[in-house]
Write a protein that binds this ligand. Structure first.
Ligand SMILES: Nc1ncnc2c1ncn2[C@@H]1O[C@H](COP(=O)(O)OP(=O)(O)OP(=O)(O)O)[C@@H](O)[C@H]1O
Length: 398
């Protein structure tokens, strides 16, 4: 029997899941100093003392989550070994898009006994949710470490950071100990806290810096060893993925993505080894994917404007002035059954935003002797990406 899948054999991957987002590495590489600072801050837990509060800062993909997961699991094992230490409970919650009430309620529900009814969504306030949280922490006892990921996204973070670290000294809890681990992409987070919180919050701050090419190479090497069958990935492909990501933001997630997509390209082409060329192709694919998402994030009218400029570009009618773009835009908006924005000023505002966001190149022109200046615009990306993305969006909406 032969069918579309009958010829397929996996010649590249030994375990592809090692390159997936959900994979938690057993070993954390190139973060010795951060791990050392983290262990130091956590050591009170092993002596039954109140934990220090810990804040981790750093841009995306620098290992904050991976290091935290690793530290929590190492600490759990150590607590388990030392029978004299009370139980350790670790709770993790992502704060993005949540109110303080939602976060505290979620924690309460995690702590409640399995047969208890959940904390009500309505009718009670944040103060009530905190009271229930304290009651549950004391009912369970031991040490509780609560990891708040994207803590800077929380609406009323001041209250959280004023309440929880003081729960014991204020007598709200007596049978348990609680510590906070806050994770944030925003280095200025601490400055945004109220003076009252800033002055009293005792914490250790650990900052994660971008990985350099050598560090990324070590991380990728380790992944490649586990992910690929022997000899299926060139050393220079690893070096290339590491170098490209180091030049960008030093982001390990991006480096791993390049390696995975590069391997998918090799697989698609029927090649038995991942090479530099595959990583180069992966870069283009990953960049296109990012651009597509960025276009999708724009408002409907901003997208019409981008589509208009892409069409002008296809007819070699760029760079174009805002008046010309407005005329094309009106036709595009109407073709989608939308009512176009009417003033030239509103189009110019959109053009200026799209320029700031890096979608457009802007040329400043002078009107010769009559004086005065105006701008002309063209896309700073391949018009096909805009047109294809728009088509996908329209088809998905049908
Ligand atoms: N030092 C490291 N050793 C091994 N793998 C790592 C290391 N740093 C990061 N990674 C891997 O890179 C990816 C991104 O890391 P992680 O999710 O920890 O980043 P983050 O700093 O928490 O970023 P974000 O804020 O975007 O979540 C994960 O797959 C993680 O396993």
């Amino acid at each position: 029997m032969s069918g579309p899948f009958s010829d397929l054999t996996d010649t590249l991957f030994a375990d592809k899941s090692v390159l997936s987002e959900s994979y938690q590495p057993e070993e954390i590489l190139e973060r010795d100093e951060e791990i050392e600072a983290f262990s130091h801050a956590l050591q009170d837990v092993l002596f039954g003392r109140e934990p220090e509060n810990i804040f981790l800062y750093g841009k995306a993909g620098l290992g904050k989550t991976a290091v935290t997961k690793y530290m929590m699991s190492e600490l759990q094992s150590e607590v388990f070994e030392r029978e004299e230490v009370d139980d350790l409970h670790v709770h993790e919650i992502n704060c993005n898009g949540k109110t303080l009430f939602m976060v505290v309620r979620r924690l309460v529900n995690e702590l409640l006994p399995a047969d208890a009814s959940p904390f009500p969504k309505r009718g009670l306030g944040t103060g009530d949710a905190f009271d229930e949280l304290y009651a549950q922490l004391d009912r369970i006892g031991g040490t509780h470490l609560i990891v708040f990921d994207e803590i800077d996204h929380l609406d009323d973070v001041d209250t959280l950071l004023y309440e929880l670290p003081r729960a014991r000294s204020n007598g709200h809890i007596t049978e348990s100990l609680v510590g906070i681990v806050g994770i944030s992409n925003n280095y200025t987070f601490r400055q945004s806290l109220s003076a009252k919180v800033k002055d009293t919050l005792m914490e250790t701050e650990i900052s994660f810096s971008p990985y350099d090419a050598g560090e990324l190479r070590t991380i990728l090497h380790d992944r490649a060893d586990r992910a690929f069958v022997d000899g299926a990935c060139d050393e220079s492909a690893i070096a290339k993925a590491a170098a490209l990501s180091a030049q960008d933001m030093g982001n390990a997630r991006q480096a791993i993505d390049l390696l995975r997509v590069g391997a998918e390209v090799a697989e698609r082409d029927g090649d038995e080894t991942v090479t530099d060329d595959h990583i180069e192709d992966a870069r283009t694919l990953v960049q296109r994917g990012r651009l597509r998402n960025k276009i999708r994030d724009q408002t409907e009218h901003a997208q019409y404007i981008l589509e208009t400029i892409a069409k002008l570009e296809e007819r070699n009618e760029v760079p174009a002035r805002s008046k010309e773009i407005q005329e094309g835009y009106e036709r595009v908006a109407e073709a989608y059954g939308a009512t176009p924005l009417t003033t030239l000023k509103s189009i110019q505002d959109h053009l200026s935003d799209l320029h700031m966001l890096g979608f457009l190149v802007r040329h400043e022109r002078n009107k010769g002797l009559s004086g005065g200046q105006y701008y002309e615009y063209e896309l700073d990306l391949d018009p096909m990406i805009v047109l294809e993305t728009r088509e996908e969006i329209v088809q998905a909406a049908d």
